[in-house]
Design a protein around this ligand. Structure first.
Ligand SMILES: NC(=O)c1ccc[n+]([C@@H]2O[C@H](COP(=O)([O-])OP(=O)(O)OC[C@H]3O[C@@H](n4cnc5c(N)ncnc54)[C@H](OP(=O)(O)O)[C@@H]3O)[C@@H](O)[C@H]2O)c1
Length: 303
């Protein structure tokens, strides 16, 4: 299939592209810079130059493709509303361009805010609708296109898609630990995070493209929930730092933007996804990755 991937140069996107190429797909990636374009071309990916703010470039990429995987996100944590607005506009553009074609449209989503007090499941619909909601309500917007002749599928990634080279949430938590000389966890540290290794997440995306029915919500989740205290303890060991509880009232102040997420219970299951796709996660656990240095790269020393 000719597959158009936004965010093809990103953390999940670059691994996904490798899976798609290995499965025999012809991949075109949206690239907003020369560096991203060169990285894609080096692995045999066609480039569609463009930006999330240039909807015509996205439309052109979609119209030339037989399937679309949308993974780009501005991730502007200082201005989440701007990221959400761009996300919603991109999803609307892709959905409109695909309406009536029956073509696959897979989009990235998350598990935050889906449930209270229990792990989120695939059967839990997102409560987020409309432009002012998290991620611009993009999951529901995309899935609504299933009624308009689009084979829409949501990819709900665990809050940490981890591995060596990750610059996402766990890297941000480790950076706070380094900056503050202490590895903290929120309150009693019993709130949990689901996790998945990047290789498993990328394999799931390729399987989802091949097998998921329209309207499906897939969970890229290998570990249901790791207590944040365990995560902080592993980071403390890896960085040689003391570990401490951060009072819930101080979490935002201590962790900054990542505190919003680190303070949440973000557990999720993937039983339905595993059965539907025959997907079996095999990558290292989050704690294995932290223990083996994925978040504590050695800095070369002088001499
Ligand atoms: N990683 C996780 O743990 C995780 C968890 C839950 C959900 N997600 C979601 O999964 C998706 C992929 O995440 P990721 O971790 O792979 O993100 P990432 O590594 O930050 O990559 C983001 C991608 O978006 C592209 N991009 C950013 N701003 C853009 C713009 N203005 N125009 C066009 N492209 C732009 C980047 O291009 P450049 O390479 O040129 O910068 C990059 O390819 C996102 O929607 C993310 O929110 C990720």
């Amino acid at each position: 299939m000719r597959v158009f991937v936004t965010g093809a140069s990103g953390w999940i996107g670059s691994a996904t592209v490798d899976e798609l190429l290995a499965a025999g797909h012809e991949v075109t990636g949206l690239a907003r810079s020369d560096a991203s374009a060169a990285a894609l071309q080096a692995k045999g990916v066609r480039v569609c130059r463009g930006d999330l703010d240039d909807l015509a470039s996205i439309r052109a990429g979609v119209e030339a493709a037989e399937a679309v995987i949308h993974l780009a996100n501005k991730h502007d944590w200082s201005n989440p509303a701007a990221s959400s607005a761009a996300e919603r506009a991109a999803v609307q553009t892709i959905g409109d361009a695909l309406a009536g074609t029956g073509r696959p449209f897979l989009l990235a989503a998350g598990v935050a805010g889906l449930t209270l007090g229990r792990p989120a499941a695939e059967s839990d619909p997102s409560p987020f609708h409309g432009p002012d909601s998290p991620r611009g309500g993009s999951e529901n917007l995309a899935l609504e296109y299933a009624d308009r002749g689009v084979h829409a599928v949501s990819l709900r990634f665990a809050p940490t898609v981890h591995g060596a080279g990750d610059h996402g949430f766990i890297a941000a938590i480790a950076a706070v630990a380094r900056a503050k000389d202490v590895s903290g966890y929120p309150g009693d540290g019993t709130n949990r995070w689901a996790a998945v290794h990047r290789s498993d997440a990328a394999r799931l995306v390729a399987l989802g493209l091949a097998k998921a029915p329209a309207g499906t919500r897939l969970h890229a989740v290998a570990e249901e929930g790791i207590p944040t205290r365990d995560i902080a303890e592993a980071i403390g060991r890896a960085l040689g730092l003391p570990v401490t509880s951060i009072a819930l009232d101080d979490v935002q102040d201590h962790f900054g933007w990542i505190g919003t997420f680190f303070g949440m219970d973000l557990a999720a299951t993937s039983t339905v996804t595993q059965e539907l796709l025959g997907w079996v996660p095999t990558g290292p656990t989050l704690i294995d990755d932290i223990n083996t240095g994925a978040y504590s790269p050695r800095t070369p020393t002088a001499g």
